[in-house]
Design a protein around this ligand. Structure first.
Ligand code: GDP
Ligand code: MG
Length: 437
């Protein structure tokens, strides 16, 4: 999806004016890309319509380039679709706060219980986990293991009592032991059925949780929407946790779950490890879906650690296409101040988390790059196009690398040049648009 949208949007860049036909054409591709990403059909239709209405007409004709304008609109509408601002947990005015996790089997409830408990503990809470899944073999043991890992107590009563009784006894246990957050793990089913819903309704009406969080596997695409709709209709939910966003870049579920249920996505699961839980940021997700990676947070990060004057200088050079190896070298040094390379790469458009995991980012590689650039003459650094075959050979020898490595760097340099150009374009649109963040 990311790639597709990016291509579409790229096509729009550099055109003088956005005509109705341009918009229609672009939106047809946006629509296909969204559908391909398993976004609910109706959601896609509404979305495309909305963007079309906004894009064709006066707004587009203002000072932004057409491409920037449409990126801005698509981005804003996507953000809006996913809830605009970050949605936090509601804590009870009088503790304990009770959080109940529900969802189908394998969605990630038990894992998320552990993640959430760990997160809340870090925030100074005293969570208690309650093992309410009495059906799945080893479910209780699993919760005990994750609870142990985050050092949060787990209340169990085996699998002979009903989930309602376990929840009730667990709640009392928590109250007596000063726990201020109680997280109930529940059983799922392979499919939604009456028995499951009745069971959950019973727990709900007995314990009256402050938060019922539906855990949804983001890999299930369209099904995620149906599941969310059912749970919300029959049980009533307060929010959604979207798991396994690390496994597949399709953000389809995130897009449609919110718009169909009108309930916010509160957290996302980004891996099997217990620290892999993050608050859900609609704006970031929108950017990601648009194939812009976490461009904006990268810009922020860069701004924080870049010398402001140098950055300005650099931007001017990029704008006038004067970005050279000298600047690249300087950039590499700046990057080191920004944090581990892998983290930075992750935020770069088109470099998905998945590819990245298979890709060992070798910090040694950075040293090679530095050596190569340092082996260039100043003239070569300022005018990379003059670096022909024999010069490459010389540079390789001088830096103790191979011609292939030099070639690779030349290519990377070209890409970086393009990427930096993209950033400045986006930044410009951010400044002018104001809301684009
Ligand atoms: P439950 O049946 O809903 O309780 O689901 P579990 O918590 O047992 O999780 C099912 C499987 O999904 C386990 O293998 C988890 O490790 C895995 N899982 C859960 N959340 C995530 C996630 O965010 N990313 C990845 N990659 N795997 C996850
Ligand atoms: Mg479970």
């Amino acid at each position: 999806l990311a790639e597709k949208l990016q291509n579409t949007l790229k096509k729009l860049k550099g055109k003088g004016k956005l005509t109705e036909k341009d918009v229609a054409e672009a939106m047809r591709e946006v629509k296909l890309a969204l559908l391909e990403a398993d976004v609910n059909f109706k959601v896609v239709k509404d979305f495309v319509q909305k963007v079309k209405e906004r894009a064709v007409g006066a707004e587009v004709l203002e000072s932004l380039t057409p491409g920037q304008q449409i990126i801005k609109i698509v981005n804003e509408e996507l953000t809006e679709l996913m809830g605009q601002t970050q949605s936090k947990l509601t804590f009870a005015s009088k503790p304990p706060t009770v959080i109940m996790l529900v969802g189908l089997q394998g969605a990630g409830k038990t894992t998320t219980c552990g993640k959430l408990a760990g997160l809340l503990k870090k925030q100074g809470k005293r969570p208690l986990l309650i093992a309410g899944d009495i059906y799945r073999p080893a479910a209780i043991k699993q919760l005990q293991v994750v609870g142990g890992q985050v050092e949060v107590p787990v209340f169990t009563m085996g699998d002979k009592m009903s989930p309602v009784d376990i929840a009730k006894a667990g709640f009392e246990h928590g109250v007596n032991h000063g726990n201020d957050v109680i997280i109930i793990d529940t059983a799922g089913r392979l499919h939604i059925n009456e028995e499951l819903m009745e069971e959950l309704q019973n727990v709900k009406s007995t314990i009256k949780p402050h938060e019922i969080l539906l855990v949804v596997d983001s890999m299930t695409g369209q099904d995620a929407v149906n599941v969310a709709e059912e749970f919300n209709g029959k049980l009533g939910i307060d929010g959604v946790v979207l798991t396994k966003l690390d496994g597949d870049t399709r953000g389809g579920a995130a897009l449609s779950v919110r718009s169909v249920t009108h309930k916010p996505i509160k957290f996302v699961g980004l891996g099997e490890k217990l620290e892999d839980l993050e608050p859900f940021y609609p704006d970031r997700m929108a950017s990601r879906i648009l194939g812009m990676g976490d461009v904006l947070s990268l810009i922020e990060k860069a701004q924080a650690s870049f010398d402001a004057e140098k950055a300005k200088d650099l931007h001017n050079k990029i704008k006038t296409q004067q970005f050279t190896f000298e600047d690249f070298l300087e950039q590499l040094q700046q990057m080191k101040n920004m944090g581990p390379l892998s983290q930075i790469l992750e935020m770069i458009p088109g470099v998905g988390g998945k590819q990245l995991k298979n890709l060992e980012v070798d910090e040694k590689e950075l040293l090679h790059i530095q050596a190569i650039i340092q082996s260039m003459t100043r003239e070569e650094r300022l005018n990379p196009s003059m670096i022909n075959g024999s010069r490459r050979k010389r540079i390789a020898l001088g830096s103790g690398t191979t011609v292939q490595q030099v070639n690779r760097l030349m290519k990377q340099f070209e890409q970086t040049r393009k990427m930096m150009k993209q950033f400045t374009d986006m930044e410009k649109s951010a400044k002018k648009g104001g809301k684009f963040k």
